[in-house]
Every structure is written in structure tokens, then in C-alpha cells.
Design a protein. Structure first.
Length: 297
């Protein structure tokens, strides 16, 4: 049971950034915009969150991370709604900018490649009968339910799905297509920002220039797996978290550590994610307007 609870704790923490980021991307893609810049948003937010936490405390760090995500998402939305830009190129640009900016920022802080968040500036864990967990872990368990309610039980959710499925009809009905898409992708990106700040301010207690470690792309794979159904985002995130926890456990078991190369163990969560996603590609249905700039005729 002790081993099970250890694996559970690692899995829940590992699935948190994936779940938060994927839930936010579900909102954005439901409106018709897809953002492959999630990796960059998480990386930027982890950096700004760490800096803000050291300066003003953990809540400031989380707020800075969400603010960073919202700002980058807003810029992405402006370029691709009102500017009719290419969403793929914009997302790649965000990722490349983040890699350079964070590396430069860490250098300017005097610790190239690594910056530690002081213990006093980290978000305190919540003690439970089955272990200690970051409060953001519980937030990530609730967010998919809130996104599901938003998209399926509210008037705003109907508007979001309408501009993603048929923007022309939504425009005729009086819905401001560009504005809905802009705000949807910005709010979704703010959740990716929270995920990034969680990693540096709460989970890992530090920020590195590769702290996101492909999690933004795994979140995109989780969105494909879920078919834009927020409840399945929980399952997809937990699958990655479980195999990430399993990989961590395999590296500390002496017998297995000597048999399995650490490189293969590190690949395990990503391999399993690819296998799961490969099994659902072509079966998921996405909005007809996804990725297509809306131009009023």
C-alpha cells in the first residue's frame, strides 16, 4: 500500500500540468483555434512564476504564470483572429521565443540553465491521509468538470462551440466570432500558464530551460485523445501521469535499474502516450472551422 500511495502521489502531480493545459486547449479548439504553442506557454509561465514567487510569494507566482499564459494567448488570438494569421506558424513562433527567452532570463539571473525557488516561496502542500499533495492537484481534478459545464450547460459554451463549428452561421446570429475566439484561446492559455507556474512554484521548486519537457505536446495529444470532451482529459492526463510515475519508480528499484536502461525508462510515458493517441486518430470529431481563419464575405 505504501508503494501504491507513492505511485499515486507522483502520478497525480505528473498529470496536473497535462490536465490543466489540455482542458484549456479544449476551450480554444472548441472555438476554432488550435495552439501548438502550449509548450512555450508552459515554459514562459514556469519562469515568470518562479521569479514572481521569489519576489512576492507563491500566490503571486501562480498569478504571474496565469497572467503570462493569458497574455501570450491573447497575442496568439489577435494574430489569428483579427490578423488572419497562420495558427501553426504562430504556435511554433511562441515555442521558439520561449526557448530563447527563458535561457536568456536564467542567464541574467546568474544561474544559467537553472533557478531555484526558495522553500518559503513555494506553495505549501496539503497533508491528507494518503500523502501530501499540492493544492493545484485538486484544482486540476475540478477544472475538467468546470470546462464540461461551461461548454455543454451554458449559453457562452453554446456560442464557443457555434463559432468553432459554423462561424458563418454564428456571425449571422449576431455572435462576434473573432471576439469569442480571442477570449476563448486567451482563457485556455491561462490554464497552460497555471500549469507552468505549478511546475516551478509547487511541484519541482525550480525552473530550468527545459522544464516543460514536451508536456505541452503531450497535452495536445491528450486533446486529440479526448476528442474535445473535457471529462476524457482527466483520463488522458492520468495515463501520462501514471506512466511517468512508473518510470520514476523503475529508476529507484535496484534490480530493475540494473536491467533497464534509464533512457528507455525515461521514454516510457511518451511511448505509451503515442500508442494511446495513435489508437484514436481518425475517430475523434473536431469542429469544422478548426484552424480556418474566419473571413466575413
Amino acid at each position: 500500500m505504501e508503494l501504491f500511495f507513492r505511485l499515486l502521489a507522483i502520478a497525480l502531480h505528473a498529470k496536473t500540468p497535462i490536465t490543466l493545459t489540455a482542458a484549456g486547449e479544449v476551450i480554444g479548439e472548441s472555438s476554432g483555434l488550435f495552439n501548438i504553442g502550449l509548450e512555450g506557454i508552459m515554459l514562459l509561465s514556469a519562469f515568470t512564476g518562479a521569479v514572481a514567487a521569489n519576489a512576492a510569494g507563491p500566490l503571486a507566482g501562480l498569478a504571474a504564470g496565469m497572467g503570462t499564459g493569458f497574455t501570450v494567448g491573447l497575442l496568439f488570438g489577435l494574430i489569428n483572429t483579427y490578423g488572419k494569421g497562420d495558427q501553426m506558424i504562430t504556435g511554433v513562433g511562441i515555442n521558439l521565443f520561449a526557448l530563447g527567452f527563458v535561457a536568456f532570463g536564467l542567464h541574467m539571473l546568474g544561474a544559467p540553465g537553472f533557478h531555484t525557488v526558495s522553500r518559503a516561496s513555494q506553495l505549501p502542500a496539503v497533508r491528507t491521509p494518503i500523502g501530501s499533495y499540492s493544492p493545484i492537484v485538486f484544482v486540476a481534478l475540478v477544472v475538467p468538470f468546470l470546462v464540461h459545464f461551461l461548454l455543454n450547460r451554458t449559453r457562452l459554451g453554446l456560442k464557443i462551440k457555434a463559432v468553432g463549428e459554423n462561424p458563418e452561421a454564428a456571425d449571422v446570429a449576431g455572435i462576434r466570432v473573432e471576439l469569442v475566439r480571442l477570449l476563448s484561446t486567451a482563457v485556455g492559455a491561462s490554464l497552460a500558464g497555471l500549469a507552468g507556474a505549478f511546475m516551478s512554484v509547487s511541484w519541482m521548486g525550480s525552473v530550468t530551460r527545459d522544464i516543460s519537457a514536451g508536456r505541452g505536446f503531450i497535452a495536445l495529444a491528450t486533446v486529440v485523445f479526448s476528442g474535445l470532451r473535457p471529462m476524457l482529459v482527466l483520463l488522458g492526463g492520468f495515463l501520462f501521469g501514471f506512466f511517468d510515475a512508473l518510470a520514476t519508480w523503475l529508476t529507484i528499484v535496484p534490480v530493475l535499474r540494473d536491467i533497464l536502461p534509464w533512457q528507455f525508462v525515461s521514454m516510457l510515458p511518451y511511448i505509451m502516450t503515442l500508442l494511446v493517441v495513435a489508437g484514436v486518430i481518425g475517430r475523434s470529431r473536431f469542429p469544422k472551422g478548426l484552424g480556418v481563419p474566419y473571413r466575413r464575405e
